[in-house]
Design a protein around this ligand. Sequence first.
Ligand SMILES: Nc1ncnc2c1ncn2[C@@H]1O[C@H](COP(=O)(O)OP(=O)(O)O)[C@@H](O)[C@H]1O
Ligand SMILES: [Mg+2]
Length: 320
Amino acid sequence: MDGVGEELDLEDLAGIGSSTAEKLRRAGISSVKELAAISVRELLEMSELGEGKAEEATKSARELCLPKVLSAKEFLERRRKMPRLTTGSKNIDRLLGGGLEPGVTELIGAFGTGKTQLCLQLCVTVQLTENRGGLNGAAFYIDTEDTLKPERILQIAKRFGIEDEQILEGVYCFRAINSDHQFEGLREAARYIKEKSVKLLIVDSLTSHFRSEYPGRENLVLRQQRLNNFMHGLQRLVSLYDLIVVATNQVVDVPEVIPGARPARPAGGNIVAHGSTFRLWLERSKGMTRLTCIDSPKHARDTTYVTLTEGGVEDAEEEV
Ligand SMILES: Nc1ncnc2c1ncn2[C@@H]1O[C@H](COP(=O)(O)OP(=O)(O)O)[C@@H](O)[C@H]1O
Ligand SMILES: [Mg+2]
């Protein structure tokens, strides 16, 4: 979203006085930009505002901050200005057409394929300077599986020539113990993005709590609804802050194996598939990890190989 609305106070909006502004702030909305990104229905759920006020407030925020219509040329210019983040692997950067960009990138794969290793590596690369492909920013890490190991970040940092433990100060860790807590992590992340220079949000893993708390077909509808809310929350942060989000996802076995098809599919069904902009599938193959870009609005389906080493995720010597 463009910069308009960032310098404005909520009170600057037509029809919003100090008491309405106070109610909005209590609901966690502190800028015109955030107000513009919210629907009346959500606002009614989160705040004490009445329907008339909620409609008036969101409408005037939208009018002020959201561009009406852009030409495709303007749209392209805007996209060109967006940040790009190196993964620390030339092969993966190439697969992504030059690194990670704002949006939700999903890392899909079975246990041990290197999803967490890549997330930890990104905690290092996001802190690199721009001339090294970084964003000079910090990472916010929502860890649902207790796999965030600071020692690994230090080992990986070494490969990038960084010996200083200071690198750990640029990684904000949120250990989410259940799905409610995972939502809280998202709200905390929003606060850190505003207050610290967080440029990367990691959710590792996106689906594990939802899958264990809502097992079986009988809970499917509720599980998908909750996942949908979470994906929606991620998407909102992307559009508000041009944020780069990386979320890991497990695979589930497909009972009927269609000849030639993958015997597994990503968890979360269509809700997660539609909520992600880019989807990378990781598989172990001959001691390496093979990555396939299975979904992207602009890249062809392509494959590359990396190895998992003490230094993190490195390009495989030879692509097979
Ligand atoms: N210090 C290390 N040195 C070399 N390889 C490592 C090291 N730590 C982790 N790995 C590799 O990473 C794998 C685990 O990858 P991980 O990212 O945790 O998988 P997941 O996809 O389940 O998140 C290990 O099996 C190993 O191959
Ligand atoms: Mg993991």
